[in-house]
Unconditional design. Structure first.
Length: 58
């Protein structure tokens, strides 16, 4: 299952988790994907795109 927005193509990013004792470990930062019906087709869309679509339709 792809964790990628079907409108803008934004996907997960890599980052570093840093503990109190300054030990660094790699981590993944996932985007907030929501399942949304667009033009009768169910797509995975990030919340940024949902917000922008709502602004355009206003």
């Amino acid at each position: 299952m792809s964790r990628r927005c079907s409108i803008c193509g934004k996907g997960p990013r890599s980052g570093i988790k840093k503990s109190h004792s300054n030990i660094k470990t790699k981590r993944m930062i996932h985007i907030n994907l929501q399942s949304k019906k667009i033009d009768g087709v169910r797509k995975k869309v990030c919340t940024t795109c949902i917000k922008n679509e709502a602004k355009k339709n206003k």
